[in-house]
Design a protein around this ligand. Structure first.
Ligand code: CUA
Length: 339
């Protein structure tokens, strides 16, 4: 886990002073912002309260005993009263923990059932999440959109409750999808389709992680969920549905990109590039980060990434194509035009 779990953030896009331009905001786990996260939070608070009570009772008795029965300055050499066993006390310290554990398991079971069995309205937004080493693919089957690493969903309001349902799949190893402020962890397993849902009640960017060790770059398999008002989400979806910007870049740059091996792994809708091994690049410039959240999506970073992906994210599966600086310029020019 990265350093993002300090419990000091004031909101999802916490106040991280400038580190990588706020690429790793602090997620405040004490501020749940969707129903599943709220259920988990409620159980955690109950657990914390009961455990704190136990701590203070046990600690208090211990402290009392230490003080009350400490050695006195004028020891009388008599042995204290020797007490062996007490049925009443033994029954009490057997029954009380059983009651406590029962209450905790019932509360947990209730929260699990509440989240798992929640009926989704038919108009819920459907997204297929596909785990890759080491990035996330997001497909919106009903909208015909394929994107990566940044999941856009509409906010849920009391006037218009909006649910997002995720189907989680993996093409390689086991991953786990976790955005703490929205919902609990759900494993992403090859050959299995798991589901989860959330109804985010605030707009903003929510950071998540892969929560199951999946290889070298497990820690850099970051998730960004961008929650936006319905109108903004519609605008985003409409733009994503379009093909690649046709003539925004010089023809030479486009031809250069399409002549390179990039197209074996990446798709740019409406072009020869139809590879599916790496992220879909049709609207690359609409994303804020590169390499699954590792660096900000700027022109310089994009160039550095293509020049030597292994220097930026060692072990990742994008090869170094050894491009010369002209090829590099052309590819960066072309990709920068994919708004
Ligand atoms: Cu994917 Cu850890």
């Amino acid at each position: 886990m990265r350093s993002s779990w300090k419990l000091t953030g004031s909101s999802a896009v916490g106040s991280v002073a400038g580190f990588a331009q706020g690429l790793h905001p602090v997620a405040n786990v004490f501020k749940p912002l969707a129903s599943p996260a709220q259920s988990i939070y409620n159980v955690s608070m109950l657990m914390l309260a009961i455990c704190a009570a136990i701590f203070f009772v046990v600690g208090g008795l211990l402290l009392f005993t230490i003080i009350r029965f400490r050695q006195h300055e004028t020891p009388d050499n008599r042995e204290p009263a020797q007490v062996y066993g007490s049925n009443r006390i033994e029954i009490a310290w057997t029954v009380i923990p059983i009651l406590i554990v029962t209450v905790l398991s019932m509360a947990t079971a209730r929260a699990v059932v509440e989240v798992r069995n929640k009926r989704m309205p038919p108009n819920a937004l459907q997204v297929t999440v596909i785990g890759h080493q080491w990035w996330w693919e997001f497909r919106y089957p009903t909208l015909g959109i394929i994107t990566a690493n940044e999941l856009h969903v509409p906010v849920s309001t009391t006037a218009m409750p909006t649910h997002t349902v995720l189907q989680l799949e993996s093409v390689d190893v086991a991953h786990s999808f976790w955005v703490p402020q929205l919902a609990g962890k759900v494993d992403v397993i090859p050959g299995v389709t798991n589901t989860m849902w959330f109804d985010p009640r605030e707009s903003g960017t929510f950071l998540g992680n892969c929560a199951e060790y999946c290889g070298t770059q497990h820690a850099n398999m970051l998730i960004r969920v961008i929650v936006e008002p319905a109108a903004e989400f519609e605008r985003w979806a409409a733009a994503q549905k379009l093909g690649a910007a046709p003539d925004a870049s010089p023809e030479t740059a486009r031809m250069m990109f399409l002549s390179l091996n990039c197209i074996n792994c990446h798709t740019v809708n409406g072009t020869l590039a139809q590879g599916t091994f790496g992220p879909n690049l049709t609207h690359l410039m609409s994303r804020t980060t590169l390499g699954s959240g590792v660096i900000a999506n700027t022109r310089e970073n994009l160039r550095a990434w293509i020049k030597d992906p292994q220097a930026v994210k060692p072990g990742n599966l994008m090869p170094n194509l050894q491009l010369n600086s002209r090829e590099l310029d052309d590819v960066v020019n072309y990709l920068s035009s994919l708004k």
